[in-house]
Write a protein that binds this ligand. Structure first.
Ligand code: NAD
Length: 366
């Protein structure tokens, strides 16, 4: 019998602001999971954003792109500084930290963004929805197409019939729809096997193509229950009865809007993991929040969105499902007794802890 352990190369971008503190806790948790579940993680540090500007003069280097491409997956903190005070924002837009993020997404072909919304039992009070709605439970993921649609279509502003007229073209090809729909069906198979395609097929030709392609693929996934919803209704249903959703698949602009709505539904910004996936199993995993320069270096940032992003990385890119489950379970257990500042409410009976201790407790709980 082979004694060779499963081994993976993980790119690590600590980034700026709270990035280094939260990523170090995620790495601590990953190390514990690897030890417990018998695999090896080899970390490859790389620069992006403000720290790359300081070291190399640019927010993204070819070296970072090449290193990332040599990895099985990349875990990232967050990048950027305070736009009002940081010298990075005196630079022209193409040299600022955020340009590095857009650049790496493009270079790595990350076309599917997954934003997870989970309302943890012990955080139901943080949910801004009515308690009877929160009690039904919230656990869904929005898959947003990231590189096509209206944001990337042809654009023009010209004079037509004597007045200024602007045009944005919305285009999707069958193959662009198919590759993200595959990710959506595969995600549904890893979850509760329910997929909702959100579109505007009553008025948009592109939406009708989405429906045709996605419905055609459904026969390959007989276990997945597929339904369709117009985007205006989906915006309403996300706050009316979010418990009905499992996997939501949608195009770029609808996803942009719905994923921000979804982040409010579960309360804290410090709890939402996200993933951006390429063809195959490669992905870049990061918390949904920014670099929070206002609290950087104070050991108060909540590392859980990054820790949960690391769990998603294990599940989606490395197929280490059991280790991912164990991390998520440990997070739920720890939240019963401990909270970082952003989650803490007066008289909630929990203990206030810092970034490092939160990482240590989650790691111990695995
Ligand atoms: P932000 O998400 O960094 O912070 C918003 C508020 O939430 C702040 O009060 C912050 O202290 C708090 N917060 C954020 N994460 C937290 C955590 N883990 N624990 C506790 N509190 C947390 O958004 P912002 O202030 O608008 O942006 C700050 C910087 O981050 C900017 O440079 C922005 O461009 C960048 N940014 C980067 C990403 C990314 O790397 N993907 C995403 C969004 C914003």
């Amino acid at each position: 019998m082979s004694t060779q352990k499963r081994s993976y190369r993980i790119g690590v971008i600590e980034g700026d602001g709270i990035g280094p503190e939260i990523v170090r806790q995620a790495v601590r948790v990953l190390d514990r999971a690897a030890e417990k579940f018998g695999f090896v993680l080899n970390y490859v540090p790389m620069d992006l954003g403000g720290c790359s500007i300081d070291k190399h003069g640019v927010p993204l280097t070819q070296e970072t792109i090449d290193l990332a491409k040599s990895c099985d997956a990349v875990l990232m903190g967050s990048i950027g500084g305070d736009p009002k005070t940081s010298p990075w924002y005196q630079l022209e837009p193409s040299k600022r930290p955020e340009a590095g993020l857009l650049g790496i997404r493009k270079a790595l072909g990350l076309f599917a963004n997954l934003r997870f919304s989970v309302l943890y039992d012990d955080l139901k009070d943080a949910c801004p929805l009515r308690q009877d709605i929160a009690q039904e439970g919230i656990d869904f993921v929005i898959l947003r197409e990231l590189t096509g649609g209206l944001y990337f279509g042809e654009k023009s502003t010209k004079i037509v019939d004597g007045e200024e007229t602007a045009t944005d073209v919305l285009t999707y090809s069958e193959s662009e729809i198919r590759r993200i729909a595959l990710k959506a069906f595969d995600s549904a198979m890893l979850r509760r096997k329910k997929l909702t395609l959100v579109d505007k097929a009553n008025v948009l030709e592109s939406s009708r193509l989405w429906r045709k392609v996605v419905s055609g693929m459904a026969k390959d996934y007989p276990e997945v229950e597929l339904d369709y919803m117009y985007v205006d209704n989906a915006a309403m249903q996300l706050v009316r009865r979010p418990s009905q959703f499992d996997v939501v698949l949608t195009e770029n602009m609808f996803g942009d809007i719905l994923s921000d709505e979804a982040s409010m539904v579960v309360g804290s910004i410090g709890m939402q993991p996200s993933a951006s996936l390429a063809e195959g199993t490669f992905g870049l995993y990061e918390p949904s929040h920014g670099s929070a320069p206002d609290i950087a270096g104070k050991d108060v940032a909540n590392p859980l969105a990054t820790i949960l992003s690391a769990a998603c990385m294990l599940r989606y890119s490395l197929s280490e499902e059991a280790a991912a489950d164990a991390i998520e379970k440990s997070v739920m257990e720890v939240l019963k007794q401990y909270r970082t500042q952003d989650l803490k409410a007066d008289g909630d009976g929990t203990l206030l802890i810092g970034t490092k201790q939160m990482g240590e407790l989650v790691a111990e709980g695995i």
